[in-house]
Each structure stands twice: as structure tokens, then as C-alpha cells.
Design a protein around this ligand. Structure first.
Ligand SMILES: [Zn+2]
Length: 250
């Protein structure tokens, strides 16, 4: 069974699809330093979702990308958009419920933004326990070996976008991105992050060096995409096989 892209399929194409398993990319529209686009998290989620669906033998439905997430922590940087966690949970839940109504009762949310993590875990758990769908979040940068280098607009995202959307990486602004970048996310004391907004600890908006030697390896972006896509494909294969009804009460 071929994959089905809901953004370009007709309703008759959708009707002819076997149903079962869908992938919903979810991103954010927020600052990623002077060198990367505001849409980075939506673009990377989409790229990983497409590559994962392609690498998977099950016929998966690819839903349109949700472009705005939970990102108020970046609001001091121009162009950043966000919705409240309540709105996000309700909206993404209803998108998943409509996929389930259309026959795609298993939904993997492919997430590109750290700020969406808690809400996605919560809403997917609720939908699954209420048997409205079987939904799981997959965050691509948690599935890669180098995840400690994730940062923000840093080595990993810069390398991945060089691989997927090189025309959107402003190479001439990498130096500007490095000036005033933070080494790590937040300001931590006793396991508590004192900074509520990213502008408290990064001037350029960047965390982690986007000009590091490893980032500049021209093949890193492709390798990251392949690694994330293989992880997603393995998850899709496992979920396609899985019996997802809730266990009976003991
Ligand atoms: Zn990002």
C-alpha cells in the first residue's frame, strides 16, 4: 500500500486508502537565531515525517503539518507565534479524532519542538485511554544519538536544515548567530531553571554552536535525517502490527 499525502490527495484517493495508521507532523513558528527560518520546527517535523513514511512498508497517511505550537518562551524575538497549552491540546486532539473518524485510528504525532512535549504526551495519553484513538508522540531529536547537542538553532537543527532546505540557511549570518549564543538552555540552580523566557539567556536566540566543526560536515544533515527517519519507520512498523485495544479490568 502506498503512502497517502492528505494535502495533495483527493477525497476519492482518501476513500480508497486502507486506513489504519497516520502521521501528523507538529511544529512551531518561532525564532531560531538570525540564520534559520521561523518555521524550522515545522519544516524539520515535516521532513522527518515524509522520510519516515517513505521508509516504512505499511501504507501510512501523512496529515498536514500543524504550524504553530507552544512557544511563548521565545516571544521577545520578532515573528514568534504561539498558542496556549489548552488551545494546543484541544486543537491537536480534535485533529487526531477527525483522523480516527476517517479510519486512521492509530496516529503518530511527529513533533519538531521541545515546548510541545508535555502537552503532546498528555493529550495522546488521554485520547488513547478514552479509546478515541491510539496516539503516540514521536519527537525526532529525542530519537537521535547526538541529542545532547540539540540546543536551539544550534548544531543539530542547522545541520538538518542544510540537508533538507539549504536555501533557507543564511550561511552569512552564522557568525552573528554565534555572537551572544548560549552554551546550554536556561540558567539552572538546584535542578531548577530560573529563566522563563529564552531572551534571559541568549542574545542571538541560539543555544549551541551552529558553526562547530561537526555542524559544518556537509553530510551531517543527511545522516541526521536518515537516522530520525529510520527510528520513525521502526515505530510505524511496530504500531501497524500492534493490537491497541485497552486491557480488560482485572
Ligand atoms: Zn527548533
Amino acid at each position: 500500500m502506498d503512502p497517502l499525502d492528505l494535502s495533495t490527495a483527493s477525497w476519492t484517493d482518501a476513500a480508497a486508502h486502507d486506513g489504519g495508521l497516520a502521521v501528523l507532523p507538529v511544529g512551531s513558528t518561532e525564532q531560531h537565531g538570525p540564520h534559520l527560518p521561523l518555521g524550522t520546527d515545522a519544516l524539520t517535523a515535516r521532513a522527518v515525517a515524509e522520510a519516515g513514511v517513505e521508509a516504512c512498508s505499511a501504507g501510512v497517511c501523512l496529515a498536514p503539518t500543524v504550524p504553530v505550537g507552544i512557544a511563548a518562551e521565545h516571544r521577545q524575538f520578532a515573528g514568534t507565534l504561539w498558542v496556549s497549552p489548552e488551545t494546543f491540546r484541544a486543537y491537536v486532539s480534535e485533529v487526531i479524532e477527525s483522523l480516527a473518524y476517517q479510519g486512521w485510528e492509530k496516529v503518530i504525532v511527529v513533533n519538531g519542538h521541545g515546548g510541545n512535549l508535555n502537552a503532546l504526551a498528555e493529550l495522546c495519553g488521554t485520547l488513547t485511554r478514552d479509546e478515541r484513538a491510539y496516539a503516540l508522540p514521536f519527537t525526532w531529536f529525542d530519537a537521535i544519538e547526538d541529542r545532547s547537542e540539540m540546543g536551539h538553532g544550534g548544531p543539530i537543527e542547522t545541520a538538518l536544515l542544510r540537508g533538507t532546505h539549504p536555501e533557507l540557511v543564511r550561511e552569512g549570518r552564522i557568525e552573528k548567530a554565534r555572537q551572544g549564543m548560549a552554551e546550554r538552555w536556561g540558567e539552572w540552580v538546584a535542578g531548577v531553571n530560573l529563566a522563563v523566557d529564552s531572551a534571559e539567556f541568549t542574545d542571538s536566540g541560539v543555544v549551541g554552536d551552529p558553526g562547530s566543526e561537526a555542524t559544518n560536515d556537509g553530510e551531517r544533515g543527511e545522516a541526521l535525517l536518515a537516522e530520525a527517519a529510520a527510528a520513525l519507520a521502526a515505530l510505524l512498523e511496530a504500531v501497524a502490527e500492534r493490537e491497541t485495544g485497552r486491557p480488560a479490568r482485572k
